[in-house]
Design a protein around this ligand. Sequence first.
Ligand SMILES: [Zn+2]
Length: 311
Amino acid sequence: MPSERQETAGVWYDYSTGGQDGTDPRLQPDNSVRFEGQLQQMEQILDTPMIFDTHCHYDDSAFDEDREKVLAAFREHGIGWATDNASDRQSIDKVLALAEQYPFLFCAAGIHPSELDGIDETWMEAVSAALDHDKTVALGEIGLDYHYDDGPDRETQKYWFRRQMEMALAKDMPVVIHSRDAAEDTLEAVSAYASMGLRGVIHCFSYSREIAEAYVGMGFFIGVGGVVTYKNGRKLKETVASIPMENIVIETDCPYLSPEPFRGRRNTSLNLPYVVKAVAGIRGISEEDTVRITCGNALRLYPKAAAYILR
Ligand SMILES: [Zn+2]
């Protein structure tokens, strides 16, 4: 319910059903718990903090040759969990299948703004059904992409973006937002739904510090990936330096956007320690603290994942 969600925003576990029928009392929402307290609680529950890749695409054919090998190497590289994002109608089934196969993989279901060709309400029924799955933790990725002239027209993009945000509100799910060369229209659309209680992440954030601060003010998380390691990633570095640490989540967007020194090659979650190192350097904190804080943030972003991991 949107209003309840709004009231409990900022609580790392915000399910209104938590604590009922004999569930772990530590999972009960408590507005009085401050951020530090939440982290201590998280530390007790998670033995060793691990990196949570909040946005990836292991359903992509770029992983057809060695998907299993990459995923099997997660633990030894300090990667604990990942959320695989669907982008089109077919990939919804693929991300669900992967999430069912691997206990540490979650998924998000939604239709990307560049993949709207042929979309109708039956696609929304598929998204809705996928959201009911135990391991679907968000609606995404959705948004606006004005980068390509031959992409879906702007009005069509805006219609399905709003349609999916409405569904997220109705289903009390966070959203994963993709926005490219569409800063103003995205902010305007998201603001309207955020005021009704919508929450989520602006993934692979590429706009200014000021826009990031506007989203943070609405309770949104900012997704930071490989770009933060690039020489020309100045804008993102400024954003990482200025927004509250508790609003930053780590992501790959793999197979895209490899961090330095692997820029240009296929990306995997195994490269995330380089992103962590860059964020830690900008914030002047240890890499361990960066992992611990962003891991807690990811679990607040995706409460269903937290419930699944901590059950
Ligand atoms: Zn993506």
